[in-house]
Design a binder for this molecule. Sequence first.
Ligand code: NAP
Ligand code: GDP
Length: 329
Amino acid sequence: MSEKIVLVTGGTGLVGQAIKHIIDTEPEGSRFGKQPGEKWIFAGSAEGDLKDITQTRALFEKYKPTQVIHLAAIVGGLFKNMKYKLTFLRDNFLINDNVLHVSYEFKVKKVISCLSTCVFPDKVEYPLDENKIHSGPPHDSNFGYAHAKRMVDVQNHAYKEEFGCNFTSAIPTNVFGPHDNFDLEDSHVIPGLIHKCYLAKKNNTPFVVAGTGKPLRQFIYSYDLAKLFIWMLKEYDDVEPVILSVGEDEEVSIKDLADSIVKAVGFKGQYNFDTSRADGQFRKPASNKKLLNLIGGFEFTPFNEALDQTVKWFVDNYDKARIGQVKSS
Ligand code: NAP
Ligand code: GDP
């Protein structure tokens, strides 16, 4: 059996650490477990800055991966995306271009890159599906991130057509779980509100939710997403992307999310909405039909159970939980 070396870029982040957890805990040889003879590497930016092609080549030279799950990216919620549009565009484009090109140079057998449902057009018929990525401009709030990520799909097709590369992409909805970035301002809504609610309870201060509370989002637990990435690596071989999501009927309003967080944190006070702050895209419901047809059924962790586990992880790990920062390149 030839040795399989799976390199996970962005391996220290929310999704990377979730894949590590599943690889470490599922039985070897099972559908979502590590396969016999497989070696998994989880690389963070301390192992090399993927914006730099020389450092990217050095990382690939060091591990000689046969498979790559490419997660490394500048990531953030609505407010960070609104502030750093060029950084999101340029840094993510550089990272993706280097990882894909060096994967081609090193004859990597398969690369799965990570897009996001943010890449879809703002004005489009719902639900979103894999054929609609390029059919209109993205929402203005995150156009930098969205264009850099959309380009990965274009690059994957070009690498396949010119060089026959087996490069593809996954499209998750909003992700949450242990090891997320719980920064108060730059994070996504779930980790941001968990942190704010935790402080409100601890310090007896107001808990303030940004926006009107009306927008809708689909959330996927990072441990479920990790299993879906492992499934894709083993069982999916096509350049076209796959949306990795709960059902389109499982949208949650930000108000309902805030209520669930209040309950999970055990906060007894009132909370209010700061309607001077942006709501972002109103909704972006995505279909998981293609995924379910291909995988033949999947049991998602119930949302409140996943939220309780995430809050528990955050409280237990408060001292080392992540505070994100954007550095301009
Ligand atoms: P995250 O927790 O912020 O982790 C980002 C990872 O990328 C970290 O391991 C970080 O390394 C690494 N990284 C950043 N810049 C780098 C650079 N210049 N060179 C090398 N590594 C670099 O992000 P995440 O939420 O796990 O996101 C993983 C993937 O999922 C991303 O591609 C993201 O676009 C996508 N996604 C996320 C969500 C979401 O809701 N979180 C939704 C849809 C799609 P260090 O921490 O070691 O610096
Ligand atoms: P998006 O799905 O890319 O827009 O990312 P987010 O995870 O940042 O979700 C943004 C939605 O949550 C918007 O409707 C915000 O107004 C709302 N929201 C409420 N409070 C917060 C917060 O503390 N942080 C973030 N990021 N969003 C919040």
